[in-house]
Design a protein around this ligand. Structure first.
Ligand SMILES: C[S@@+](CC[C@H](N)C(=O)[O-])C[C@H]1O[C@@H](n2cnc3c(N)ncnc32)[C@H](O)[C@@H]1O
Length: 364
């Protein structure tokens, strides 16, 4: 069987057939796929027409130990999901379908479900690829991308952030839109803490809209911290906005309240472990009135969002699943939006603010 790199609806049956034989090697069954088109905002320049076809593959795993038996999601479980993703990319690549790398116009996400009658079999090996924000693309160049040009029209100029592996990971349109939307329901400037600051677009957007009172940022990339301190800090200082940057892991950044808004922009796979370890502390720092926003996934890849939201059926869980990653343990009111084509979770313990946010986001 051969398939064109340019995937079309006609290829769907062949694709599903190919998935069937791939997943059977892993004692798993592909249940079905879902597709949606979105802008390809993770590549610069984006190949083809700048759009990407996102495919969610729902897969039932009979071996419920395939991603590990216990351990921390970020270090012990996610690397096994990454291993399976890389095998899928190789398998489809050999059939002429490119789903990874800078030429890909298809993005496949495995949405795994544990079989209710599953068995604890062997776990996959770990695949770890270090990634951090590293290279800065100037705003005038980034504007060649229609997605980022539209974003900059609304919120002003931002630089692009590219990882050491060549993926464009900032600015985060979803976080910018969420932060500015949340800020509007406070009747004053807000005190912000952000994990994964990158090129500082959240801080700059809030500053330009007149919403920022103070900013505490963090990144585990030295290049990003240096960029922020030499380019963003002076802009904030000019407007009299105090700021600080913590170089290091989001797991180690000191959190001191009171804070009005916490923005979570670190990699999706770090977020379950972050809530397990720091959920209680973050909720305390926000007190009765603060709000947390998190960009939790691509629209085709809802797995992390599901974990954080407790959307996985209670009677069929993975052996490694840790209930402490659920945001509902720390926040009473939670909502989910697609903003700038990204999934955003918004949570708070304040009912009044929550209702006003819903109204504000309905207008976005
Ligand atoms: C998606 S980008 C954020 C981009 C940012 N919003 C901007 O405007 O450029 C994620 C950033 O978080 C950093 N990061 C990822 N995981 C992290 C972690 N565990 N702790 C601290 N920083 C992390 C990366 O180096 C990267 O710069």
């Amino acid at each position: 069987m051969s398939m064109k790199a340019e995937y079309s609806m006609r290829d769907q049956n062949a694709f599903i057939e190919a998935l069937g034989s791939f997943f059977s090697r892993y004692d798993a069954r592909a249940l079905g796929i879902e597709e949606q088109m979105r802008d390809n905002f993770e590549r610069f320049p984006a190949p083809g027409d700048g759009r990407v076809r996102g495919i969610t593959i729902h897969v039932l795993f009979h071996n419920i130990g395939i991603f590990g038996r216990k351990g921390d999601y970020l270090s012990d479980i996610h690397p096994r999901i990454a291993f399976l993703n890389s095998k899928l990319a190789d398998y489809l690549g050999a059939k002429g379908m490119t789903i990874s790398g800078k030429r890909a116009q298809l993005a496949c996400a495995i949405m795994p479900y544990p079989d209710l009658n599953g068995v604890l079999g062997q776990s996959l090996p770990l695949s770890t690829r270090k990634s951090r924000g590293q290279i800065v693309i100037p705003a005038r160049k980034l504007r060649q991308s229609p997605y980022y040009a539209r974003l900059m029209e609304k919120y002003g100029d931002f630089v692009g952030i590219v990882t050491n592996n060549g993926t464009l990971i900032g600015p985060d349109g979803g976080l910018i839109a969420a932060a500015c939307g949340v800020a509007r329901v406070f009747q004053r400037g807000i005190r912000v803490l952000e994990f994964g600051s990158g090129g500082g677009s959240t801080a700059l957007a809030l500053m330009r809209k007149g919403h920022l009172a103070s900013y505490g940022g963090n990144d585990f990339s030295k290049e990003m911290v240096d960029y922020f301190e030499s380019n963003v800090t002076p802009q904030l200082a000019k407007r009299g906005i105090p700021s600080s940057m913590f170089f290091g892991s989001c797991f180690d950044m000191p959190v001191r309240g009171p804070i009005d808004l916490i923005s979570i922009g670190v990699y999706y796979q770090a977020q379950p472990s972050l809530f397990v370890e720091r959920g209680r502390e973050l909720s305390r720092a926000l007190g009765a009135t603060g709000v947390i926003i998190a960009q939790t996934g691509m629209i085709e890849d809802r797995f992390i969002t599901h974990m954080l939201r407790n959307a996985i059926p209670k009677d069929s869980t993975w052996p490694w699943q840790n209930k402490k990653c659920r945001i509902e343990r720390y926040f009473r009111y939670i909502d989910e939006y697609i903003l700038e084509q990204e999934i955003i979770l918004i949570a708070t313990n304040n009912r009044d603010k929550f209702q006003r946010m819903i109204a504000a986001f309905a207008r976005l």
